[in-house]
Design a protein around this ligand. Sequence first.
Ligand SMILES: *Cc1c(COP(=O)(O)O)cnc(C)c1O
Length: 430
Amino acid sequence: MSAEFEIQGIGITELAERHGTPLYVYDGDALAANFRSLRERLHPRAEIFFSLKANPNLSICALLGAQGARAEISSMTELVTARRAGIAPRDIIFLGPGKSRAELAACLDEGIYAIVCESLGELELIDELARERGVTAPVALRVNPSFSVKGSGLTMGGKPRQFGIDETVLFDQSDLAGRHANVRLMGVQVYMGTRILSEEVVAENTGRIFDLAERLSEKLGFDLDLVDFGGGFGVAYFDGERDLDQERLTTLLNPVIEEFAARHPGTRLINELGRYLTAPYGTYVSRVRYVKTSMDENFAVVDGGTNHHMAAVGIGSFVKRNFPIRLLNRTDAGETESWHVTGPLCTPNDTLGKKVQLPPLRPGDLIGVERSGAYGPTASPVHFLSHGYPAEVLVTGGRDHLVGAPEQPEDLLRRQRLYTDDAPAADAAH
Ligand SMILES: *Cc1c(COP(=O)(O)O)cnc(C)c1O
């Protein structure tokens, strides 16, 4: 017993003591190595854009940016984050079905590479904002394709969706390229869904998207400066799943890219990736507070829960499937037993793992939910029961850096005002 989990030579006990628990810890060197290895294998014409949605931490974004990642963003704060992380405007695209006037204006003012437009109404607004500024807005069309490809956790094509503009609608708008004087249509974006674990499906999607982009640009009469063929590369979380094989993936994908790239020498080809770039390199660490049994079942109540890690409740599934969970502070060679790992929230849903095989646990033990570097706190109800954001620690070059401070009660209360009877009414105060 007693060998403990380490990241780049730093023991988990030391990390937990220095930064407190619960915390997210990211292995920055492994994350960078994965990016470099994909970058080396992927067709050189395909650019990798990091989808900040998966992990909007400034330092994670900067670390990926330093490796050559560009940024795909969907909110004002993500725009500020990407810029502050050192990503150049020409390497930023902004998408999302409900962009605000302020967000679109900021895209134009920053001079980002492309706004990915998701509706005809949005196109009108972009035109208006560009006219006010005396600029021409570079706009790529997000297409909701008529086809769908199986094998994704969340299918995007071939269904009524709030995302993008239906392929059939676009093919009916033959005047679209000339309709708005301050808009320059310059590209096509299609995103087929997330959690794709089949190399064949990725290659097939990409081929179909290239074909659609070509047909659309011909029909509407605009040049393809950019084709964004989505991404959605998955990672294995659950029993029976396996990670994408980079070698096999690029062996299938690169010829598809080459075929298109050769015919379109001036077109930027964009691949948007979130989960694949970050998920495997983050671990959610919590400490066991209490152990107890209820009706013969073991419960370990830990100090962090689904308020920080909603995905652990189950991704797109009604049946709870466990993320990989392990004991971090010691490795007992001995037998394991069945444990429910539950958090501090007052709801039965606050279960990080159900019937997980773990060594006998005791208070003080450190439990890790692995593969948690994507859609962690950012996709969780971090303010439920007012616990706030957990600490985030990035380890690079054998050193740990606190890259996200845990929220304190005052951080959470700062935005609130105590109502009093004799205070002036809100409208009078302004
Ligand atoms: C969420 C999203 C991504 C990132 O998806 P991952 O599965 O995390 O890689 C990329 N593009 C669009 C349009 C998205 O909505």
